[in-house]
Write a protein that binds this ligand. Structure first.
Ligand code: ADP
Ligand code: ADP
Length: 226
């Protein structure tokens, strides 16, 4: 089944020096459990596309469907992770992980238990009373991932989530993240300008090309076994 369907998305920004069409005729579907990388140069519209899928931005035209339902606005079924880990410095790792549930008014004994399980399964339980500054960049990124997974999203969106890490850490973290996402069977859409990263992480690669004033093309190479 398609967990996500993006249909004919177009986004035009108005500014003082006229219009910028960031996205034109973008359509694709993502099946359950797939990891789709969307790769393209800086400024080609990757963040715009992800913000639209996250429901943080309304497209000029086009539609987004999650589990067959058209979305308007943010959805509790979608988790969103950005370049910065956005952990709150004054809260412990445990409290940070619960925070994602709190802001969504989803904190119940069951969801708390899920959060604790994730911390245990992915080696952060012993660090639960530490503050973000006491953890390495890789551990913080893992904590941020667990905070997002605690809400049990149907779709995880990653926006250049690893760009801020140094090269060595990035290699370890991306491997770590792939392992966790495969295990949890989370459907993921990641945007990145990093071609090797898109290939090493994705089951499927979409290429967003930026040629000014030309329709953007999506090249769909599906590496998945049938
Ligand atoms: P990417 O994430 O691939 O770097 P963005 O989605 O950030 O690309 O931006 C796509 C295009 O839209 C760029 O040309 C950018 O300058 C333009 N753009 C992005 N946000 C705005 C905005 N708020 N107002 C006007 N133009 C914007
Ligand atoms: P508060 O009383 O401030 O709401 P909590 O009871 O939520 O605090 O958590 C205080 C500390 O107790 C946490 O940092 C964590 O180490 C531990 N803790 C609380 N609940 C659990 C739990 N279900 N499993 C494991 N540790 C927990």
């Amino acid at each position: 089944m398609d967990v996500l369907e993006v249909r004919n998305i177009m986004e035009t920004y108005q500014s003082d020096n006229g219009e910028t069409t960031a996205l034109r005729n973008i359509s694709f579907s993502v099946q359950k459990g797939q990891f789709v990388s969307i790769v393209g140069p800086s400024g080609c519209g990757k963040s715009t596309l992800l913000s639209i899928i996250a429901g943080l931005m309304k497209p000029t035209s086009g539609e987004v469907f999650v589990n067959g339902e058209k979305i308007s606005g943010t959805s509790p079924h979608i988790g969103y992770m950005l370049q910065r880990d956005n952990l709150l410095d004054w809260r412990t790792i445990y409290k940070n992980v619960l925070f994602g549930l709190e802001v969504r008014k989803m904190l119940t004994p069951e969801t708390r238990e899920r959060a604790v399980c994730l911390l245990k399964n992915y080696g952060l339980y012993e660090f639960r009373d530490k503050y973000p500054a006491q953890l390495s960049g890789g551990m913080r990124q893992r904590a941020a991932l667990i905070r997002t997974l605690a809400i049990n999203p149907d779709i995880l969106l990653l926006d250049e989530a690893f760009s801020a890490l140094d090269y060595q850490t990035r290699l370890t973290v991306t491997e770590d993240v792939c392992r966790i996402l495969k295990k949890e069977k989370i459907t993921t859409v990641m945007v990145t300008h990093d071609i090797p990263e898109s290939i090493s992480m994705g089951d499927r690669i979409l290429v967003l090309s930026a040629r000014p004033a030309v329709v953007q093309e999506i090249l769909d190479i599906d590496f998945d076994d049938p």
